[in-house]
Design a protein. Structure first.
Length: 111
C-alpha cells in the first residue's frame, strides 16, 4: 500500500510543479514589456567592426556574398553538411572500423 501512496505523491507533486510553471509562464508573458534583442543589444557589426572602421577612415560596405537574403545561409550549411556526411561515410572504416580490428589483434597478440 505504501508503494501506491508514494507513486501518487510523485504524480501529484509533478502536476503541482507543472501548474506552477504554467502560471509563472502565463504571468511573465502577459505582464512584461517585451523588448526585442535588436532594440536592447547591438550586433558585433554595429558595435565593434563599424566603430573601428570609422576610426580608421573606412566606411561600411555591402559584403561580396550577402547571406542575409532568403535562405542562402541555410543552403550553405546544408551543402557543407552534405559534403561532410559524404566524407565521413567514405572514410567510415578508417574513422570507426579499425577499432574492432585493433581489439582483435591485442587479444591474439598480433600487433
Amino acid at each position: 500500500m505504501k508503494i501506491q501512496n508514494s507513486k501518487l505523491k510523485v504524480k501529484s507533486c509533478g502536476i503541482f510543479l507543472l501548474a506552477i510553471f504554467a502560471l509563472f509562464t502565463i504571468q511573465y508573458s502577459l505582464f512584461t514589456d517585451t523588448v526585442t534583442a535588436s532594440e536592447k543589444w547591438q550586433g558585433v557589426d554595429e558595435s565593434v567592426i563599424e566603430k573601428v572602421a570609422k576610426e580608421h577612415g573606412r566606411e561600411a560596405r555591402e559584403p561580396f556574398i550577402n547571406t542575409d537574403q532568403g535562405d542562402l545561409l541555410l543552403f550553405v550549411f546544408l551543402l557543407a553538411g552534405t559534403i561532410g556526411g559524404f566524407a565521413a561515410g567514405y572514410y567510415w572504416k578508417e574513422l570507426i572500423g579499425n577499432k574492432r580490428q585493433k581489439v582483435k589483434n591485442k587479444e591474439y597478440g598480433n600487433l
